[in-house]
Design a protein around this ligand. Structure first.
Ligand code: GSH
Length: 176
C-alpha cells in the first residue's frame, strides 16, 4: 500500500489536460502525494526525446513509479492506483460488490426513454457498459429483474449484431 507521503511517484501532466486532471483528482482522493512535472503541450514538450522515452505516443498524463511507467490515464486509474491503495481509498466497487454498482446505474438510467443508455442512439456509454454488464452477470449470476432499466437497455444491446460479433465467444482465440 502506498504511504501517504511517499514522494516517489512522478506525474507528467499539463495543467489544462483533462486526462491529466482525472489522474490528479484520483491521486488527491486517494491521499497519494506525487512530484509534478509539467509538460507544456503548447510548446511541444511532449515531443522532446526525454518525454518520448516515457511515452512514444506523446500524450500526458504519464505516471512514473520507480521503474514502472504508465502512460494512459485509464490504466493509471483503473488498474495501477486501485491496486496500490487499501480498500478505503479505492474508487471502484470491489468485484464482490458489483450489485452496488448496478443499483447506482439503475438509478441513473431509470428516467431514460429509449433503447440505449442515453436514448435511441447507441452512445459511448453503451460501449463501456455492455461488456461490463455481460461479464458481471455471467460471473456473479446477478438477478437482473432487480434492475429493470438496466435490463431493458442490456436486452437492446444484446440484440445488436455488432454486440454479438464482438462478444468473447465469437473471437478467434475463444476457448469454449
Ligand atoms: N488515452 C490517453 C489519452 C491522453 C490524451 O489524449 N492526452 C492529451 C491531453 S488530454 C495530450 O497529451 N495531447 C497531446 C497533444 O495534444 O499533442 C489517456 O487517457 O491518458
Amino acid at each position: 500500500m502506498a504511504a501517504k507521503d511517499d514522494p516517489k511517484l512522478v506525474l507528467y501532466s499539463y495543467w489544462q489536460s483533462s486526462c491529466s486532471w482525472r489522474v490528479r483528482l484520483a491521486l488527491n482522493l486517494k491521499g497519494i502525494s506525487y512530484e509534478y512535472k509539467a509538460v507544456n503541450l503548447l510548446k511541444g514538450e511532449q515531443f522532446t526525446p526525454e518525454f518520448e522515452k516515457l511515452n512514444p505516443l506523446h500524450f500526458v498524463p504519464v505516471l512514473v513509479d520507480g521503474d514502472v511507467v504508465i502512460s494512459d490515464s485509464y490504466a493509471i486509474l483503473m488498474k495501477y492506483l486501485e491496486e496500490k491503495v487499501g480498500p478505503q481509498e479505492q474508487l471502484l466497487f470491489a468485484e464482490t460488490n458489483v450489485e452496488k454498482g448496478f443499483h447506482a446505474l439503475e438509478k441513473l438510467l431509470k428516467d431514460i426513454v429509449g433503447k440505449y443508455a442515453t436514448g435511441d442512439e447507441v452512445h459511448m456509454a453503451d460501449v463501456f457498459m455492455a461488456p461490463q454488464i455481460a461479464m458481471a452477470t455471467k460471473r456473479f449470476k446477478i438477478d437482473m429483474s432487480k434492475f429493470p432499466s438496466l435490463s431493458r437497455i442490456y436486452e437492446s444491446l444484446k440484440a445488436l449484431p455488432e454486440f454479438l460479433e464482438s462478444s468473447p465467444e465469437e473471437q478467434p482465440d475463444a476457448v469454449m
